[in-house]
Write a protein that binds this ligand. Structure first.
Ligand SMILES: Nc1nc2c(ncn2[C@@H]2O[C@H](COP(=O)(O)OP(=O)(O)OP(=O)(O)O)[C@@H](O)[C@H]2O)c(=O)[nH]1
Ligand SMILES: *[C@@H]1O[C@H](CO)[C@@H](O)[C@H](O)[C@H]1NC(C)=O
Ligand SMILES: *[C@@H]1O[C@H](CO)[C@@H](O)[C@H](O)[C@H]1NC(C)=O
Ligand SMILES: *[C@@H]1O[C@H](CO)[C@@H](O)[C@H](O)[C@H]1NC(C)=O
Length: 423
């Protein structure tokens, strides 16, 4: 009888416990946890793909700080879409999950992340408890002195959210029209990402918080170990890497074994020695055009100037092939082909473009540039910067990576900074 009674008690306890779990806990990234909290974020609409990748690093760092302080925060990945540069006609470029461009398991080995749709499922609906719109201080830096600070303040710009009949806030939530926020307030913030940690821990108690205009926050420690850990975890999706590798083999006589660019699927084991990568027998070029030339920037070359530089680099490094990644328009492409008839470009068919989308093509272009024996990019282009980092991860000699075109009449043509990888 005693055994039976204690068995019964155990069952009741178990049931109570399960009930408690159901009410207060959830499964996230395959771990059972209670009092889970979600950090969502978005970036100023005009910002491009590659600056957004940089803002991800800042948010991952904030989540790491929050988790160090003991709370179970998860980062919700903002779906890709509606980017200014993604203008290929007739393809659906909205609500794109991160998994289409990056390896989720790699991201998760750095910090817990989930896709937005997973958040909706776990959260029990498309509701965000609190949106904090980040902004600078209306008064600027007082006395010209920089100090880190964060305060609730009236909104400076017109709020991009408006109340519906039920009192919920509607706005742009990555193209999810059902999503709404329970509360929206503005916060003036000046400083690195982790200055938001005390606010998120102490001032706000709700479960899901979204930081809008997250680019307002600076890096906790640019190019430090934590920066590089997160950067290394941003492994491109495997199908994109494979397409890039096939292209290299077929058109550029480039394979990892011969080029000493063997990649580990597990980024935590990837630690190439500086200078160990040889790269494929081609010159890799990122030639940014469009808005970079419309502004008549002094540091961006004419097509003729760029081609002259490419020919001289090919001679110097004894390379007879050149791979060009560019966003040049049709007219400029025609001119480029005339000036450099044997250039190699990755040009997907319409069907492939529908599958890869503009973001996938950009990644394949970057992947191929990252494997070139010598690379030259465009001045202050975040697209080129991400290629630098990829080559740093692969173990290239910095001399072959941190190069940029000079404007035709540019006097002091400063070359990009070498940001050494930290393990
Ligand atoms: N496929 C491909 N797309 C490119 C290339 N250059 C630019 N683009 C497109 O144009 C966008 C460029 O914007 P960003 O990603 O912000 O990079 P950026 O060139 O540094 O521009 P800013 O951030 O404004 O300085 C990319 O995301 C691509 O969509 C290229 O060489 N190949
Ligand atoms: C957070 O709470 C503290 C203490 O109540 C307060 O002094 C501070 O102004 C609050 N910060 C923000 C950003 O709301
Ligand atoms: C909205 O959020 C702010 C800041 O956290 C808070 O002070 C305010 O009370 C909230 N409003 C409502 C209606 O919950
Ligand atoms: C490819 O590279 C290898 C090794 O450098 C070389 O032996 C071979 O001839 C090259 N093939 C072509 C088609 O250029």
């Amino acid at each position: 009888l005693l055994v039976k009674a204690s068995y019964c008690l155990l069952l009741i306890c178990a049931q109570l416990w399960l009930h408690y779990l159901h009410e207060n806990c959830s499964f996230s990234t395959h771990v059972l946890s209670c009092d889970i909290r979600y950090l969502l974020y978005d970036v100023n609409p005009p910002e491009g793909f590659n600056l957004r990748r940089d803002v991800y690093i800042r948010m991952a760092s904030l989540v790491k700080t929050l988790r160090k302080n003991g709370d179970d925060w998860v980062l919700v990945l903002p779906p890709w879409g509606r980017l200014y540069h993604w203008q290929s006609p007739n393809i659906h470029q909205i609500r794109i999950p991160w998994g289409e461009f990056f390896s989720l398991t790699s991201l998760q080995a750095n910090v817990p992340v989930i896709e937005y749709e997973e958040f909706i499922a776990e959260n029990g609906g498309p509701f965000i408890d609190q949106v904090l719109v980040l902004q600078n201080y209306a008064e600027g830096w007082t006395d010209g002195k920089w100090e880190e600070k964060v305060d609730e303040r009236p909104c400076i710009e017109k709020l991009m959210y408006s109340k519906d009949k039920q009192g919920y806030y509607r706005g742009w939530f990555w193209g999810y029209e059902q999503t709404r926020a329970r509360n929206v307030t503005c916060i003036s913030a000046q400083g690195h990402a982790s200055i938001m940690a005390p606010v998120l821990q102490n001032n706000i108690t709700v479960t899901s918080v979204m930081l809008d205009r997250a680019e307002t926050l600076l890096h906790d420690h640019y190019a430090g170990k934590d920066y590089w850990d997160t950067r290394r975890s941003m492994v491109f999706a495997k199908h994109l890497r494979l397409i890039g590798d096939d292209f290299r083999a077929k058109y550029l006589n480039s394979t990892d074994d011969r080029d000493h660019t063997v990649y580990s699927e597990d980024w935590t084991r990837m630690k190439a020695k500086l200078g160990s990568a040889k790269g494929g027998p081609y010159l890799g070029v990122h030639l940014r055009r469009k808005d970079f030339i419309w502004g008549h920037r002094e540091d961006v070359p004419s097509l003729k100037g760029a081609v002259k530089k490419m020919r001289s680099l090919m001679r110097k490094h004894k390379l007879d092939k050149v791979f060009i990644a560019t966003d040049a328009d049709e007219e400029e492409l025609k001119e480029l082909k005339k000036l450099l008839p044997d250039m190699v470009r990755f040009e997907p068919s319409i069907e492939d473009l529908e599958l890869l989308k503009d973001g996938g093509v950009a990644i394949i272009d970057q992947w191929i540039c990252a494997h070139a024996r010598f690379f030259i990019g465009t001045s202050v282009s975040t697209f080129s910067f991400r290629i630098h980092e990829e080559r740093e991860i692969l173990g290239f000699d910095p001399k072959t990576t941190y190069n940029r075109f000079c404007g035709d009449t540019e006097k002091e043509c400063e070359q990009p900074t070498h940001w050494k990888i930290v393990y």
